[in-house]
Design a protein around this ligand. Structure first.
Ligand SMILES: [Zn+2]
Length: 289
């Protein structure tokens, strides 16, 4: 793997024949840890290119693999990782957070509109037919990566009286959930089920996709659904790094839980290891005194 300029390139990226990204439901957890060139390279070497080239060429991921210019753009990867962290934060806040925490999570990515943008938006609104709710408010703009658009902004309408919105709980929660669905839907545009025969007559189903990043967003959509009550599956929060992950079992009383191990990492959790190492160091320090 080489980084030349902004581009990540590899000659023949090794891939395990049995690797199916749709079965790696904790891909979002792993991708959320990508924060710089080093962690991006580490991720791509393990899970494959995120699909900048295939999104650009319009080829499916499997076809792009045979093209010469399979490569990723580093700033795009980092923008996507940042947006994935934002989406996971929203899921976590919808499940465990207070209204204030959810609000702060949303606000942290809001881009403020200029006075002229606000005027422009208000002018687009119909003058009549607002109903009892009063005139709709101007929209919020978020700094997110959608598809290939690193600088795309997502606008969301928010109906409220006058220019000043009320941050009541229902409104904030539904706004956050809407934003989340928009991010997931718009980042999974080319994921579709395909059926195939195995053996002579056994029908199987898998998914086609254009880019690995779409598979990651597909898992995020599933995580958001799992985090709702009554699905039997649970979203865990890592005691070490705070990342969200899909937990396969209940936490044991008095035992903190950690990010699951990544693919090819066996059974040990890196975050668990880091936590135990620090505890040991602290114990040694206390003993030394
Ligand atoms: Zn962790």
């Amino acid at each position: 793997m080489v980084l030349s300029g902004d581009r990540l390139k590899a000659k023949d990226l090794w891939r395990d024949a049995g690797y199916d990204p749709f079965k790696q439901r904790n891909l979002p957890n792993a991708f959320a840890k990508v924060k710089d060139a080093k962690s991006a390279i580490r991720f791509v070497e393990r899970y494959g290119f995120l699909g900048y080239a295939s999104l650009k060429s319009g080829l499916d991921a499997d076809d792009q693999r045979w093209q010469e210019d399979e490569e990723d753009l580093l700033p795009w990867i980092l923008g996507q990782a940042d947006t994935v962290r934002f989406a996971l934060d929203i899921i976590g806040m919808l499940e465990h957070g207070t209204l204030r925490e959810l609000r702060n999570t949303l606000k942290s990515r809001q881009v403020s509109l200029t006075e002229s943008e606000i005027t422009e938006q208000l002018q687009k609104l119909p003058i009549v037919g607002w109903g009892a709710e009063g005139p709709p408010n101007v929209t919020f703009r978020y700094n997110c990566t959608i598809g290939l658009e690193t600088l795309d902004h997502y606008y969301s309408a928010w109906k409220t009286r006058g220019r000043f919105m009320t941050w009541d709980e229902d409104r904030v929660r539904s706004h956050a959930a809407e934003l989340l669905t928009a991010l997931v839907n718009r980042n999974t545009a080319h994921v579709r089920p395909v059926f195939f025969c195995e053996g002579n007559d056994r029908l199987q189903m898998t998914y086609d996709y254009r880019a690995l990043i779409e598979v990651i967003w597909h898992h995020i959509g599933n995580m958001a659904m799992m985090s709702q009550e009554g699905t039997g599956v649970r979203i865990g929060v890592c005691h070490e790094c705070g990342s969200l992950f899909v937990a396969s079992r209940r936490p044991r009383e008095g035992h903190p839980e950690f990010c699951p191990p990544e693919m090819y990492e066996g059974k040990g959790s890196r975050c668990g290891l880091r936590h135990r190492m620090r505890e040991r160091r602290e114990r040694m320090k206390r003993k030394g005194k």
